[in-house]
Design a protein around this ligand. Structure first.
Ligand code: PLP
Length: 427
């Protein structure tokens, strides 16, 4: 694949941006090689500066569920731009998006818009601490909740990819209130809660762990978590930044029928613009300023352009049959990958839920961070580059999800599978 111009741009970018990137996983460090510079995107395709066309299974890390540059979203944004880009005041658009989200998520009665998933989790935790008057939080090994100091403890995503799940620059004092437990381990959670009885403000969890590959929750995990939190008056926070409006119209909570006290959202609700949100029970949310004493604010929060992109994206997702179609594609591609791995006797463990899937290069079951870490990341790197050379773009790390969008059609999926056949044969 020709990458002359991308390489030149990466050299140029490295003069101005650390590592030439604005977010670490983009740098391809886990798979080797140099990042691609993308010029435009349409449907399920990315087009880079060297003229390569790529079928995109990253979808801006999940945000582009309706496909890139969807005509309805693009038109709505064009119209919205005519009205100005930011007012720093209240607008009807933020109320419309809030209402749509609240109708979709039964556990959300009040919501606040922010500008990223990181802001959403950070603010939800502050709120939980303010509400309970407690300091400690429990998080799970390998779950990623953005880059706030006290959440960069055994974090997934870029943290595992680069081998720095505990970032430097985080004082011990900031992280001392973060208790970490293995994902899917109810007993360990209960033990921590007992050990710190009356001190835990919140348990934050990804309802499908999507930042160490895709790891599904064990059946009783969430039901047990819900019971523990209710009994111990701990705020249960579902970080649905990836799963919200992806796993189902009402997120993973609706899919599993287990409801948290607070939910964090991002990605899809911004339709590709920088948005996050956190919401939940009225009695908790009303502790937020200006009604309550937990402070949280944002110059661009509820930005009209971002709200418009979110509203239009949700309109498309609300149409009947959308989630079934997304899931059918993911089930198909995931099964075909599994068959190919068997055909070539490769050690592969596949996971899939709704339109998320992951191919772990290991024969063992993956159910937490420790089992995810056993994957053969070198083999994944060869898979990644083999696919890329044929115009298929998967995440440049074993520990990220593959995302499908409504724009992934049969033809492109078939092409992906036949490319995978050639690549897996050589692995
Ligand atoms: N929470 C989860 C589950 C995420 O996957 C991410 C980002 O990938 C975040 C929070 C942070 O979101 P952002 O990158 O918008 O700050």
């Amino acid at each position: 694949m020709k990458t002359v111009k991308s390489n030149e741009l990466h050299t140029l970018a490295s003069n101005f941006l650390p590592g030439g990137v604005n977010s670490p996983v983009r740098a391809f460090k886990a798979v080797g090689g140099r990042p691609l510079f993308i010029e435009r995107a349409k449907g399920d395709k990315l087009y880079d500066v060297d003229g390569n066309e790529l079928i995109d299974y990253v979808c801006s890390w999940g945000a582009m569920i309706v496909g890139h540059a969807h005509k309805d979203v693009t038109k709505a944004l064009r119209d919205a731009l005519e009205n100005g880009t930011s007012y720093g005041t209240c607008t009807l658009l933020e109320v419309k998006l809030a209402k749509e989200i609240i109708e979709a998520f039964p556990s959300i009665e009040r919501i606040r818009m922010v500008n990223s998933g990181t802001e959403a989790t950070m603010s939800a935790i502050r709120l939980a601490r303010g509400f309970t008057g407690r300091d400690k939080i429990i998080k799970y090994e390998g779950c990623y909740h953005g880059h706030a100091d006290y959440l960069l403890v055994k974090a997934g995503s870029g943290g595992i990819t680069l081998g720095i799940p505990d970032s430097s620059g985080v004082p011990d004092d900031f992280a001392k209130n973060t208790l970490v437990v293995p994902y899917n381990d109810l007993e360990a959670t209960l033990k921590k809660v007992k050990e710190y009885k009356g001190q835990v403000a919140a348990i934050i969890v990804e309802p499908v762990a999507a930042n160490m590959g895709i790891i599904l929750p064990k059946e009783e995990f969430f039901k047990g978590l819900r019971e523990i939190c209710t009994k111990e008056e701990i705020v249960l926070i579902f970080d649905e930044v990836i799963t919200g409006f992806r796993v189902s119209w009402g997120g993973a909570q609706k899919y599993f029928d287990v409801y948290p006290d607070l939910t964090c959202l991002g990605k899809i609700i911004g339709g590709g613009l920088p948005v996050g949100a956190f919401g939940g029970k009225k009695e908790i949310m009303e502790h937020l300023a200006p009604i309550g004493d937990v402070y949280q604010a944002g110059t661009l929060s509820g930005n009209p352009i971002a709200m418009k992109a979110g509203i239009e994206t949700l309109k498309i997702l609300k149409q009947p049959g959308v989630y079934k179609a997304l899931e059918n594609s993911a089930v198909f591609i995931s099964k075909e990958f599994k068959k190919l791995a068997q055909k070539y006797n490769l050690p592969v463990y596949s996971t899939q839920i709704a339109s998320l899937f992951c191919t772990f290069f290991t024969r063992e079951q993956v159910f937490d961070y420790a089992s995810a870490k056993k994957c053969d990341t070198k083999r994944y790197a060869r898979f990644f580059h083999g696919m890329l050379d044929q115009g298929i773009y998967f995440a440049p790390s074993q520990f990220e999800a593959a995302f499908l969008s409504l724009a992934h059609n049969e033809h492109d999926i078939e092409k992906t599978i036949s490319c995978a056949d050639r690549v897996l044969q050589r692995l």
